[in-house]
Ligand binder design. Structure first.
Ligand code: ZN
Length: 231
């Protein structure tokens, strides 16, 4: 498979957490962490509620889903390994603007939001690091607002697949149906199918039942609008 130039691995939110606290506090913070596993489709956060738990993702993909006035949902962000779900909990007791749903099986480490907020209160470096992470998520959501308004389904799909491949690794198939992708983007399934057929025709992806394999990441990236690169 052809691949574009490798990018440096992002610093994970969990790494930031420990890198920013004093050594003597790391043990007590570690004591608050627990491993978790969730199946595909699990809801980690519900929009409109204050997250009780913050999830550091070690493996898997999570879609953040905002809800329109008519009750319809669309993606407002994508979190993968190295990311954190529940960033609203870092902003005081703010309610989450988006739900969080597992798109794959998940593995990670969780901490009660109250314990993390308590740690933030008297630890400015930790607060700075995690507030910066929350700001990155906000910037991603803002970029996706622009993306949805200005770019075609094909561009958005290529951008999403490129980002998912960057998060999961390009050799791992993405197990989502055309309908599930259409639901994420708030578009008709036929639009996703047409775009994927085009990408298949030029051999940048291969689609099987409910499964998309990336065959040529560089070519796929060439179709992307690039809106997710900054996220
Ligand atoms: Zn875009």
């Amino acid at each position: 498979m052809n691949r574009p130039n490798a990018r440096p691995a992002p610093v994970s939110a969990l790494h930031r957490l420990f890198a920013s606290v004093a050594v003597e506090r790391q043990a007590s913070l570690a004591g608050e962490l627990r491993r978790f596993e969730q199946g595909r489709g699990a809801r980690l956060i519900e929009a409109g509620t204050t997250p009780a738990t913050v999830f550091f993702i070690v493996d898997g993909l999570v879609a953040l889903l905002g809800r329109g006035g008519g009750g319809e949902a669309a993606e407002t962000g994508l979190v993968g390994p190295g990311g954190l779900v529940g960033h609203a909990a870092l902003l005081g007791s703010a309610a989450a603007g988006s739900s969080a749903m597992a798109l794959t099986g998940l593995r990670g480490v969780a901490i009660e939001a109250r314990a993390l907020r308590h740690a933030l209160e008297d630890d400015p470096p930790l607060r700075r690091e995690l507030t910066a992470y929350a700001a990155e998520r906000l910037a991603e959501t803002e970029a996706l607002c622009v993306c949805g308004a200005l770019h075609s389904v094909e561009q958005r799909l290529a951008s999403w697949l490129t980002r998912a491949a960057a998060l999961l690794g390009p050799d791992r198939p993405i197990e989502l149906t055309h309908q599930q992708l259409a639901d994420l983007f708030g578009v008709r399934r036929a639009s996703v199918t047409t775009s994927l057929h085009m990408m298949e025709g030029e051999q940048s992806v291969r689609c099987r039942r409910g499964r998309i394999e990336i065959r040529d990441l560089a070519r796929l990236e060439g179709h992307s609008c690039g809106c997710r690169r900054a996220s």
